[in-house]
Write a protein that binds this ligand. Structure first.
Ligand SMILES: Cc1cc2nc3c(=O)[nH]c(=O)nc-3n(C[C@H](O)[C@H](O)[C@H](O)COP(=O)(O)O)c2cc1C
Length: 198
């Protein structure tokens, strides 16, 4: 089983991040989740899920309807002493979902000014898979340049772009499609959408 870092940042689409966490845990993987302050606020607004300061992992597992002993750790975004801040801490990959343009800009420029940014910085410097799931439209030249810089540095850019060729019936189907594509990039098994030509 793998050990994954997930960051939920302040772009719209917290549901994608929550579904990634839920799928990884449900498949038996370990997850360390870090939510930026903006990510926490947007999740509270979009999903009506307020991450409590105390016992946050248990609260999120309850929200995701997962067993209370699922291997989830929630790291504090302000804690630069967290294991995620060091390249010597082993993780298999990091997924930033959703990834705001602000977050992409910070990582593209090596700012590492909070734990989520530092963890992404570490993934790049260690040559570990870093999957960024940006959500913004339209994209400015600044956004495009930052995404290009990230791709050049080794990140995988997997934008939150729902498709229609699988005939989605619900919003949930659309979330599943985007999340399934993200898991595909990392070779993680799932049955989130029917495969073309299967
Ligand atoms: C409701 C809401 C939705 C937002 N959606 C997006 C978005 O889709 N993409 C984006 O780049 N920024 C979006 N933002 C702006 C970011 O949250 C803001 O730039 C923030 O500073 C990014 O911080 P971060 O580094 O934690 O992502 C949104 C903000 C709010 C309040």
């Amino acid at each position: 089983m793998g050990r994954y870092t997930v960051a939920i940042t302040g772009a719209s689409g917290s549901a994608y991040g929550m579904r990634v966490v839920e799928r990884l845990l449900a498949s038996g993987h370990e997850v360390a989740l870090v939510m930026t302050p903006a990510g926490t606020e947007v999740a509270a607004y979009e999903l009506e899920f307020d991450l409590p300061a105390e016992d946050s992992a248990r609260a999120l597992l309850r929200f995701l309807e997962l067993p209370s002993d699922a291997p989830l750790r929630i790291a504090c975004c302000g804690d630069l002493f967290d294991p995620l801040a060091s390249g010597s801490h082993r993780t298999d990959a990091m997924i930033v979902v959703p990834a705001s343009m602000g977050f992409c800009a910070s990582v593209a420029n090596g700012l590492a000014s909070n734990l989520a940014e530092r963890a992404a910085d570490v993934a790049l410097k260690e040559g570990r898979p870093l999957v960024m799931v940006p959500r913004e439209t339209p994209l400015s030249l600044v956004h495009l340049r930052n995404l290009t810089t990230l791709a050049e540095a080794g990140a995988i850019i997997a934008p939150a772009m729902p498709a229609f060729y699988h005939h989605p019936q619900t919003l949930d189907d659309q979330v599943s499609f985007v999340v399934g594509k993200v898991l595909d990039v990392l070779g993680i098994e799932h049955d989130l959408f029917p495969r073309w030509g299967a």
